[in-house]
Design a binder for this molecule. Sequence first.
Ligand code: WT7
Length: 684
Amino acid sequence: MSHERMTHLLNKQRSFLPPEHGKTSAWISGADEYEAICQQALADPQDFWNARASLLLHWFKRWDKVLEEDSVNHKYRWFTGGKLNASFNCIDRHLISGRRNKAALIWQGEDEMAKRCYTYQMLYTEVCRMAHALSSLHIRKGDHVALYMPMIPELVIAMLACARIGAVHTAIFSGYAEGGVRSRIQDAKARVVITADAAIRAGKLKPLKANLDPILEKCPSVAHVVVVRHAGLDNIHMQGRRDIWWHDLIDDFTLNADYPCEAMDANDPLFLLHTSGSTGKPTGILHSTGGYLTYAAHTTQWCFDMRDDDVYWCTADMGWITGHTYGVYGPLALGATTIMFEGVPTYPKPDRYWRIVENFRVNILYTSPTVIRSLMREGEAWTERYERDSLRILATVGEPINPEAWQWFHKHIGREELPIVDTWWQTETGGVMISPMAYATKLKPGSASRPMPGIDAAVLPSPDNANPDLDNRVCETGTGGHLVIRKPWPGMMLGVFNNEEKYRSYFTRFGCYESGDGAVQDEDGYFWILGRIDDSINVSGHRLSTVEIEAVLTSAAEVAEAAVVGMPHALKGEAIYAYVCLCSDVPWSEELRVRLRDMVRRDIGPLASPERIQFVEAMPKTTSGKIIRRILRKIASGTADELGDVTSLANPQVIPGIVDGHANLLDGLAENTPRQETSDGAEG
Ligand code: WT7
């Protein structure tokens, strides 16, 4: 998408001023204040973060040093010597600040009638019970607990219970299938897995516990499985001493439901969360207790201008980083009310979101461009029948928002006056890095605007090995390059679990944190994100690894080689396009195409399911035998006329066949002539 998107967006710039109404009481009340804070924060970052951490969190013991920096190994330790507990900060302290009976968590089930509300006091009681229960299973500080759970309050309770006793939770998105779940549990070496009988999604049940059973045969670290009875699925097989029902487990701890918090070091890990890396194996990102929580609270307050009486709804699944930071830790640390919705936007009808907005009088709505596009397609009639006046701030995350979706969101949901806060960040960054401040930033649709105060973002050209002196220059305005962050910040990952080399790889190319995204800055210093530079694909705002998908495809006996690239997709932003080269005696068939797609769906999850699979005679390769994905990407996105000079390929003669095959596939025909009829079987 990169070059095209860049010119398209830069040419069509139109800007929107922040709303006047509400400005004076905002946390950051205008452009001047933003500029002043940015200057101050970059001039003395330690002083800035020192003040934010003191103000936003309760510490059992104050830190000795704001930042300990090992710049050779790129290890950054924030608030060293400080002691705190995330569960205490998200619950206990609110009990004595007048918020005891305030709604902390409001849950809306997929069934319209299923609703639950936890006050801070109620959340306290449930979290203490679960913390106690986990301790009774011999879970201690530093142990790993995997959460393979649907969007139900028990997920939040489990996260906070782990945090309370110092166990490290590792959430696994309930939409993942066998391979994705197995590799994450194995990598984390989880001692306990918490799950549910089933997840409910668009009227269908997904049997999580039954899916888990065969996986656990290959996960020797798991001693216990705790199962929430959620969907009322019958015949759940509970294995002897290993499996325990959640309700039975906590039943022993109904009385005397106070459980103490473990005093954690600021740099003890709070959680582990895997993201799709550029290798086949998921990358386990570790986040700290002190730095992460400071950054979660800080960004929640400033990006969304979160106020004490706000009802706030982040629509992301809590199995993703967005759900961790902006569904749970950020809002609860600030003592806000956070909404959790189990269902999908369009089931049973495309009015679910607006019904929730009206029912709970939502003030701040944080969602994704994919959701907006899917609702936009259904038409405004669905939104207009609900009251939306409570909305004060709109926000998006996960992928660039296209101008059409922005306009629709602004007009039909935002009454043409609400700010749309487009937040750029990553699993590794812990919280938002580049984003408008709701009441301070002039908005340009499609740009995440400028860095948060204290964040030193820059666009750099590829390193020039011949001329290393030039390496610190930034790209000129309007020129695309690599988006990097030059100074450490408290939310940055603590490390990559069990993979030091992977951690280091984020810093090797530029000597500072490399995001893996391309970006361009315009003349106002606004950042325009151009998408991933590495081999990952952003499908509906979820990062997927091409290598992981290729590995599943090539595991089929019929497949000789596979290459996966992204293609533009109207709804999902990007979709998966797989090129498959079969072993020499295997004929191309629809049946095989269906089977391959199904393998990916079953192994990684429906999200990774290829939109198109194209059979090819051979892959375009370099003389050293590497598949040239750049060419495949162009063909998949219908821009084969921009291939340029391909004469340096080892086998340029394969290109026309691939281009024709692509065209035929789009026309619903089989790719070109079946291979049995090609006499020469050309291979370069
Ligand atoms: C990648 C991170 C952190 C939230 C969810 C995804 C893309 C994220 C934006 C945005 C353009 C964005 C980037 C980034 N991305 N937000 N506002 N505009 N692109 O987390 O799975 O770690 O993926 O999502 O490509 O690198 P993630």
